[in-house]
Design a protein. Sequence first.
Length: 362
Amino acid sequence: MSLSFLPGEPNRSPQCSAFVNWNLVQIIAYCSGNNLVILTKNSQHLQTLYLDEDSFVIDINRVNGKIAIAMKNRVLIYTPTVTNFYNFNFNGRKNISDLHIHWSLETEITNKRDDSKINCICWSDSCEIRDDELDSNQFFGLPDEYNSETSCELAVGSDKALSLFRFYYKSVDGEKKIHKKTLWFKLQPNPVYLVHFSPNSTAIASVGYYDKLVKVWHRVSFGIESSEFQLSYLPHPTYVTSLRWRSLPKIAKTEYTSVAPTPRPPSGLPNVDNSSLNSLKPFNSNIRIPQSLGFSEGGSLTSISANSKEHNVLYTVAADSVLRVFTTFNLDGFQVFNAGSLDLYDGVNKHKGDKKKFVYFQ
């Protein structure tokens, strides 16, 4: 039996580590002291970034590979640069060491209306590559799925507020530069402990420290200048310790090529002109958009039908060790339905002698 030793002990925080499957590249990142350690499968070391101070909050965007790190009241955005993709693709995308990935600091954000400590962050899965902003990487065989210069959103929870930021690219003097904008800002009565985007980016779930109420923020407007949300409460008998949305359904793999693939709808659906995707829009019946973002079994970006009546499923775990399942619908209006619960203890009375159950989310 072999043991793998990581370069540094992770900081003691539930949000100090993150894992994603970014287009067949498994990325594990965690904060250790004032270092950000990035690994891939089999604990293969990719990179170590040195920070100004200790960080306890991190999240990775599984669409474009960006890494967000929170330190006190500011967030640092690190963007990956991919090279040697031709050899990696030629060898069947099996050896990760053939693919050279390097993260570098791209921008930093601070909220002028909130100087409190940031406790949690979460990337949205809604990303977009505009046809009029193609970069030089695409002319060297780098497909869109490894293009990190995409519009994206980040939810930030702090001691005082819950915020939503948008990142986008504009050409300035012939050079693409990242810009950021605050889409939404809401003061909170309690410090925000957890925040999670739904897979289709139509809702945000948040909860405070020792809070019995889970807040579900349903998105009612998807503007690129501002956003509006409708609030729903999910009461619990005890304080909530964990939140998780059900992932999008997986789609069958397609063959990979060394050039940028053209997204195609599933069988039986008409072809769609991607030129109409000119703003950040996840799939929703209220949004005029023909396509949406999904993920294949390997984690690569694919398109799925926007007309199918998708709904979200939210799992919560409270201090009473009960797993609760909520489903959200958008029929005549946004609704949340309590679909059931599961007691994670095998016993009538929750004593030490009772056997504890475990759950696995896929």
